[in-house]
Design a protein around this ligand. Structure first.
Ligand code: THU
Length: 146
């Protein structure tokens, strides 16, 4: 049964927000000094966290959202993401970058996306709004069928 239409409860959102805030403290951002924390909720109700991990080569930096997703798959066999919360210690919330949108799409094309910050403003949307016309697993499956 697909659970991609499940919506997190208020309690789950509160947990996601707290987890994202805590995750940002682990960020390794000596170059940009822009720390990011992400927390994802999977279809089993488990929360996984990630932070951005920068690199001296700059281009090999990994964003918080992708760290959370890759780590969840490697450590817990993640299958589906229902929601992601992104925290930055900024005055305005931060929307996920294009690369992260694409990677998140693989495990939850219609997941809920919330971005929070130290100000009152939040972003509350869904991944299919942020990444319309996404390329995903179905494109490859369709091609294989001829
Ligand atoms: N960053 C994230 O972790 N997530 C995003 O969605 C946007 C950007 C990080 C990457 C880099 O370490 C820093 O923010 C500045 O771009």
């Amino acid at each position: 049964m697909s659970s991609s239409i499940q919506i997190p409860s208020n309690e789950q959102w509160a947990e996601l927000e707290m987890a994202a805030r805590l995750a940002a403290r682990q960020a390794y951002a000596p170059y940009s000094h822009f720390t990011v924390g992400a927390a994802i909720l999977d279809n089993k109700g488990k929360i996984h966290i990630g932070c951005n991990v920068e690199n001296a080569s700059y281009g090999l930096t990994n964003c918080a959202e992708r760290t959370a997703l890759f780590s969840a798959r490697a450590n817990h066999g993640l299958q589906e993401v229902l929601a992601v919360c992104i925290y930055t210690p900024t005055a305005k919330p931060t929307s996920p970058c294009g690369a992260c949108r694409q990677v998140l799409n693989e495990f939850g094309p219609s997941m809920r996306v919330r971005a929070i910050c130290d100000g009152q403003e939040t972003i509350d949307t869904t991944l299919d709004v942020l990444l319309p016309g996404a390329f995903g697993p179905k494109n490859l499956a369709d091609a294989q069928q001829g």
